[in-house]
Design a protein around this ligand. Structure first.
Ligand SMILES: [Zn+2]
Length: 181
């Protein structure tokens, strides 16, 4: 018989508080996650956890949420690409990483390591600094996702980094058209 201490405890859905981060009201949007102390460059700060779903289910949920966003002004979709077969729906209460906001100049990025999605620090983050990463939204739905990251180089909308030049041209064109009216 193994001693009681050797018997593994059942895995709990509620996770231990993460020592790297604290949750506070964010100047960007709702609640955000902030560095509890200095976070060095490189570590896996927090895992983006959630429900593992198929691409088909993922598409269904995304469409539903984009529709809701259009009606209510909420922007979050919370679905993350895991691999070619599955996505992760992070809109669950026990996923603290869902509170991390988008920024056009983020201090973190997401990395998929062995089937897990991690938020990784891109540089040293000072205590109290808000954590952010690039949500990487496609330009197709840019209008539904205005950005309030407050950076001087903010693109105005949450659009993935390599499409921001395209967005700039689009916004310029729109401005011209509205002036011509
Ligand atoms: Zn921005």
């Amino acid at each position: 018989m193994p001693a009681a201490a050797d018997i593994p405890k059942p895995a709990l859905k509620r996770r231990k508080p993460n020592p790297w981060v604290r949750r506070f009201k964010s100047p960007i949007h709702n609640n955000g996650l902030f560095a509890a102390g200095t976070i060095p460059e490189g570590p896996r700060v927090i895992e983006y956890v959630g429900e593992k779903i198929t691409k088909k289910e993922s598409y269904r949920r995304a469409v539903e949420r984009i529709d809701l966003a259009q009606r209510t002004g909420g922007a979050a979709v919370f679905i993350f690409e895991l691999n070619s077969k599955y996505d992760v729906d992070g809109s669950v209460r026990w996923n603290a990483a869902r509170m991390i906001n988008h920024s056009c100049g983020p201090n973190c990025e997401t990395r998929v390591v062995k089937g897990h999605i991690w938020i990784v620090a891109l540089r040293e983050i000072e205590p109290g600094e808000e954590l952010s990463y690039d949500y990487g939204y496609d330009i197709e739905h840019w209008k539904e996702h205005p950005c309030r990251c407050g950076r001087p180089d903010c693109a105005g909308y949450i659009v993935r980094h390599d499409q921001r030049k395209k967005l700039k041209r689009l916004l310029k064109k729109q401005k011209k058209q509205s002036r011509a009216k």
